[in-house]
Write a protein that binds this ligand. Structure first.
Ligand SMILES: Cc1ncc(COP(=O)(O)O)c(C=O)c1O
Length: 381
């Protein structure tokens, strides 16, 4: 594929070492880890090694790691577990910044009788712990607070919220899908009861994710059937994907924190250059942020049009806007941050990854400036 990929928060290319670890399990090696013959036991050994690699990356015990198919699945599973345990009478507190896989699952359990409170972030895109904790009720069963946001990249005060939740006996789901592999993530320091990560966001495969369930925290499985994953997630194990997730975790573990510094250098180089474009507004710039994410508005134009123009020029970025019935709708997250509708619509997300080079940033900036100028002048490509 030609072009420069600047959309790593959407997904990342598979790392060479990850691909090499997976390939045998897509060819000459196979086996069902639940089988007791030699094929099965070899597959089980590979899966257990991956479990240790994932646990090491986030400071957990391998026994706490439940492999699943996606971050979406893991977030759904935790919310349904809490709802079922409460007899569909529990109260959920959800940060407005959460991924749709959290919001939609919360909306589904609300239809069955649960109550949901959504807590907006401060204008800098960060949740205020006191405000979130103040919305807890005696019947609260779960708080969902992500570690890092997929759109603006803000890093949330999960440790402080977890401490308050523990005092009140409420469980905490921390969706760390965007954080793992980019910044150090220590489950103990975060204090999360459930932590979610997904391989494809850090140069691992799609279809491999993990739900880390702390110690003996209650968890009712979402998928039931076989006894896989210690009865916490039924389905025949996708060995190649799990091996790839483990390899991605091992590579990330070996490269952090140098990886974060490398990503931040690319992002900062980009943001310095953006300053030359008139009217530019970088969102959440002063908040704690992921090192790879730049979210920026160019007032006066439509982010989706800019994204398409950049694609034609060979640069892949994204917007948080959605097309609903032919009209472009702004990202709900930006609106929750108090950003005006026009500015939200004028925004794009640039997210760097390990394959990007400084020279790509230098080549991108003049293309971006030219695209912005052309759109503002109303010229067609
Ligand atoms: C913060 C966050 N949570 C969850 C998900 C869902 O993960 P998956 O794509 O593995 O279902 C994403 C994916 O974009 C995400 O950014």
């Amino acid at each position: 594929m030609t072009g420069v990929y600047l959309d790593h928060n959407a997904t990342t290319p598979l790392a060479e070492r990850v691909r090499a670890a997976m390939l045998p399990w897509l060819g000459e090696r196979w086996g069902n880890p639940s089988s007791i013959h030699r094929f099965g036991q070899a597959a089980a050994a590979a899966v257990e090694e991956a479990r240790e690699q994932v646990a090491r990356l986030v400071g957990a015990n391998p026994l706490e790691v439940v492999f699943c198919g996606s971050g979406t699945e893991a977030n759904n599973a935790v919310i349904w577990s809490a709802a079922r345990r409460s007899g569909f009478r529990g109260h959920f507190v959800i940060a407005a910044l959460e991924h749709p896989s959290v919001h939609a699952a919360a909306a589904a359990v609300a239809e069955l009788g649960c109550a949901v409170t959504t807590v907006p972030p401060a204008p800098d895109g960060v949740i205020e712990p006191e405000r979130l904790l103040a919305s807890l009720r005696p019947e609260s069963v779960l708080v969902a607070l992500q570690l890092a946001n997929n759109e603006v990249g803000t890093v949330q005060p999960v440790g402080a919220v977890a401490a308050g939740c523990r005092e009140r006996g409420v469980l905490l789901l921390c969706d760390a899908v965007q954080a793992v592999g980019k910044i150090a993530v220590d489950r103990e320091a975060l204090g999360a009861d459930y932590l979610v990560l997904a391989g494809h966001k850090f140069h691992g495969p799609v279809g491999a994710a993990a739900l880390v369930v702390r110690g003996d925290t209650p968890f009712l499985p979402w998928l039931v059937g076989g006894a896989q994953e210690r009865r916490r997630r039924a389905s025949t194990t996708n060995v190649a994907a799990v091996v790839g997730l483990g390899a991605a975790a091992a590579v990330a573990h070996g490269e952090l924190p140098a990886r974060a510094a490398r990503l931040a250098a690319l992002r900062d180089r980009c943001e310095e250059g953006l300053g030359a474009i008139p009217g530019v507004r970088i969102h959440a710039r002063t908040a704690p942020r992921l090192p790879n994410t730049c979210h920026v508005a160019f007032p006066g134009l439509i982010g989706q049009e800019l994204m398409i123009r950049l694609d034609l020029a060979g640069y892949a970025v994204s917007t948080g806007s959605a097309c609903a019935s032919g009209a472009v709708e702004p990202s709900p997250l930006l609106l929750a941050m108090g950003i005006a509708r026009d500015e939200a619509l004028a925004s794009i997300r640039i997210s760097f990854g390990l394959t990007n080079r400084p020279a790509e940033v230098d080549a991108f900036l003049p293309e971006l400036a030219a695209a912005v100028a052309a759109l503002r002048a109303g010229t067609t490509p």
